[in-house]
Design a protein around this ligand. Structure first.
Ligand code: GSH
Length: 239
C-alpha cells in the first residue's frame, strides 16, 4: 500500500494525488490524517520534509512513499501513480502529454494561490491584502479566462469527452479540482469565466459523477475547502 504525506487540514496540492487514488479505489495510508500519537499529524509532514522516510527528501509535500521510492512534486507523484492505477494511456507520447497538462494545471494552481499571497508565501494574507486585491483583479480579468480558454480549446481539439480524447486520465481529475477550487475561491469570477467554457464545465461534471469519486466527495475523507488552503474565499478578491 502506498503512503501519502500531506498537511492534514487542507486539500491543497495533496488533493490532486488523493483524487487519483480515490478514483482508482486504491488503498492508501493518508499518514498525517492519523492522530499524532499514531504517527500522524503535522509532525509526520515535518518529519518527511526534513529527512524521514526512504530516499532523499523532497522540498515540500505532497510526498508519496511506495516501498523504497519517495517522491515529491504533485505532477511527478501523479505521473508515477497513473500507470499503476490505470489512469493514463500506455504510449509514451500520451503519457508525456498527460504530464504536460498536469504541469499546466499546477502552474494555474500557483497563480490561483498567488492571488491571496502575491508578495510572499511567508507572510499572512492580511499583511499583503492591498497587493492581493490588485493581483486578484488581474487574475479575474485576464488570467482566469485565458487559462480556462486553453483547457476549453484542448478539450475541443481532443475530440472526445476528455483532455486526451476518449479515455479519462489524471489531468481530467486535476481540471475537475481546479474548477471546484476556483468556484469556491472566486465564485462570481469563476461563474463568469466558466460561462464561456462549456466543455470545461461538462468535464467537471463528468468527473464528479464517476462513482468512486462521487462517493469520496460525499465522504469525510474530502476535507472541505477553507482559508488555509490554496483556494481561499476572501470576498474582497472576487470583485
Ligand atoms: N511544486 C510543488 C509545491 C509544493 C508545495 O508548495 N507544497 C506546500 C503545500 S501545498 C508546502 O507545504 N510548502 C511548504 C514550504 O514551501 O515551505 C508541488 O507541486 O508539489
Amino acid at each position: 500500500m502506498v503512503a501519502l504525506i500531506y498537511w492534514p487540514f487542507i486539500q491543497g496540492r495533496g488533493e490532486f494525488v488523493r483524487l487519483l487514488l480515490e478514483d482508482a479505489g486504491a488503498e492508501y495510508d493518508d499518514v498525517a490524517r492519523r492522530p499524532e500519537e499514531e504517527g500522524g499529524g503535522i509532525a509526520a509532514v515535518r518529519g518527511h520534509m526534513y529527512g524521514e522516510g526512504p530516499g532523499p527528501a523532497g522540498f515540500a509535500p505532497p510526498f508519496l512513499i511506495d516501498g523504497d521510492v519517495k517522491l515529491a512534486q504533485m505532477p511527478a507523484v501523479c505521473a508515477y501513480l497513473a500507470p499503476r492505477l490505470g489512469c493514463v494511456p500506455d504510449d509514451e507520447a500520451a503519457r508525456m502529454r498527460a504530464l504536460q497538462l498536469q504541469l499546466t494545471i499546477a502552474d494555474m494552481v500557483d497563480e490561483a494561490h498567488d492571488t491571496h499571497h502575491p508578495v510572499s508565501t511567508a507572510r499572512y494574507f492580511e499583511d499583503q491584502k492591498a497587493e492581493a486585491i490588485e493581483a486578484a483583479r488581474d487574475f479575474r480579468e485576464q488570467r482566469l479566462p485565458k487559462w480556462l480558454g486553453f483547457f476549453e480549446r484542448t478539450l475541443e481539439r481532443a475530440g472526445g469527452d476528455y483532455l486526451l480524447g476518449s479515455e479519462p486520465s489524471y489531468p481530467d481529475l486535476g481540471l475537475f479540482q481546479l474548477v471546484a477550487g476556483l468556484r469556491y475561491a472566486l465564485p462570481r469570477a469563476a461563474e463568469a469565466a466558466l460561462g464561456a467554457t462549456p466543455r470545461v464545465v461538462a468535464l467537471h461534471d463528468r468527473v464528479a459523477a464517476r462513482p468512486a469519486l462521487a462517493a469520496y466527495l460525499a465522504s469525510e475523507r474530502r476535507i472541505p475547502f477553507n482559508e488555509d488552503g490554496i483556494f481561499r474565499h476572501y470576498p474582497e478578491l472576487d470583485g
